[in-house]
Design a protein around this ligand. Structure first.
Ligand code: C2E
Ligand code: MG
Ligand code: MG
Length: 378
């Protein structure tokens, strides 16, 4: 059985994690002190480690260093009771140390969410490889879900964001975070993006053909922006499907990490000249900066869900979200809040005059037919 160790001095919580882990098929053990933990992991590492950042006899950051020195190969879930920023910093540090960070969670954690996460980490399935991904793209084993983008003033769905999934041979759905980085590092991102753009524009064409006026947003990777021919290709797919570029948004993250910035500027500039809209995604995280916002021709700013989910719970998140909305408005950009899950954040976003929102509160990413059922009758 796959093993999991949870290190948390708060016994009731550790016990909750262990119970959820057992129900997700793990052999779970609780360690209440760092000493217990060291004893339990002396010989082998479990498949999954769930670590509380705040422990009486060690701190989480020191522990991450220790794990690296002891060559820990477990998938690591970091937990923290309060401070989301320390949690973010520790999580990033873990990744930079070369540890296999799986997720960061703030307490309280909902049992179904934790269970879903743990099931995905069970490891009784092979990790995707470049070969299996290339085969999946060639065999059309990818599919798209669409998440509505809602105008806050009217409550109307103005568009959708296409989010890719991979259906494995045994029917399991693999989320993009598990294969987009692989596509990027294995040189498959251009092929993958082409697949996504074609499928999304084909759907947009079908909707337009039936008089449904929905914007389509597609995510691009920084790696795609080295391809000078991309704007022409996307424009051609638009023409083939009868979709106007004005109704297509390209969402970008991580443009900061792009090495070849002249080509990137050329590609983004040409997209804009052809009438496409550009959106800076996950704004406020490590990869998107104000400098880029000013340097590149964006039309939309998406506030990262890590702030949006904290609205009404953290004063800092409120300040950041409100400031970003004001800044975007003053720069003439449309603001989209992503990851809206509660009425509390919705009310605040409305009061701050955020233009658009996206999140589980309105709808999870859904099949095209399910999106159609959410629209008012024609
Ligand atoms: P993203 O573009 O920022 O997309 C938003 C992600 O947040 C999606 O995850 C969506 O399902 C999730 N989300 C939406 N509303 C909520 C909410 O209320 N709460 C929470 N907790 N999450 C919410 P998903 O579909 O797993 O995609 C993850 C990331 O993978 C995307 O982040 C995007 O960066 C990347 N991605 C997805 N599809 C593609 C693609 O076709 N091409 C590329 N290059 N990247 C893609
Ligand atoms: Mg996006
Ligand atoms: Mg995002």
């Amino acid at each position: 059985m796959t093993s999991l160790i949870v290190l948390d001095d708060e016994f009731a919580f550790a016990d909750f994690v262990a119970k959820v882990a057992s129900s997700a098929g793990f052999d779970a053990t609780v360690a209440e002190t760092a000493m217990d933990f060291r004893r339990l992991t002396e010989r082998t590492w479990p498949r999954v480690l769930v670590l509380d950042l705040y422990m009486p006899d060690t701190d989480g950051i020191e522990l991450l260093r220790e794990l690296r020195e002891r060559q820990c190969d477990s998938r690591i879930i970091l937990l923290s009771g309060t401070d989301g920023r320390v949690l973010d910093a520790a999580y990033r540090l873990g990744g930079e140390l070369g540890l296999s960070m799986a997720e960061k969670l703030t307490k309280p954690v909902r049992a179904p969410d934790l269970r879903r996460l743990l099931e995905s980490l069970r490891g009784d399935r092979p990790q995707p490889t470049a070969e299996s991904l290339a085969a999946a793209i060639a065999a059309d084993r990818l599919f798209l879900l669409y998440q509505p983008k809602v105008e806050l003033k009217s409550g109307r769905i103005l568009g959708v964001e296409a989010l890719v999934r991979w259906r494995d041979d045994d029917g399991t759905v693999i989320p993009p975070d598990s294969f987009i980085p692989l596509a990027e590092s294995a040189g498959l991102i251009d092929t993958l993006t082409d697949w996504v753009v074609r499928a999304a524009l084909c759907q947009a064409g079908r909707w337009q053909g039936r008089g449904l006026d929905l914007h389509m947003a597609v995510n691009l990777s920084a790696g795609n922006l080295h391809d000078r021919h991309l704007p022409d290709r996307v424009a051609r797919y638009c023409a083939e499907n009868g979709v106007s570029p004005e109704s297509v948004t390209l969402e970008l993250t991580e443009t900061a990490s792009s090495k070849d910035s002249a080509t990137m500027l050329e590609v983004l500039g040409r997209f804009r000249l052809k009438g496409f809209r550009l959106s800076i995604d996950d704004f406020g995280t490590g990869y998107s900066s104000v400098a880029q916002l000013l340097r590149l021709p964006f039309s939309e700013l998406k506030i990262d869900k890590s702030f949006v989910s904290e609205i009404g719970r953290s004063r800092e998140a409120d300040i950041v979200a409100k400031t970003l909305i004001d800044m975007a408005r003053n720069l003439g950009l449309v603001t989209v809040a992503e990851g809206v899950e509660s009425d509390r954040s919705l009310t605040a976003l409305r009061a701050w005059e955020c233009a658009m929102a996206q999140g589980y509160l309105f709808s999870r990413p859904a099949e095209a037919e399910a999106v159609e059922r959410m629209l008012p009758p024609q």
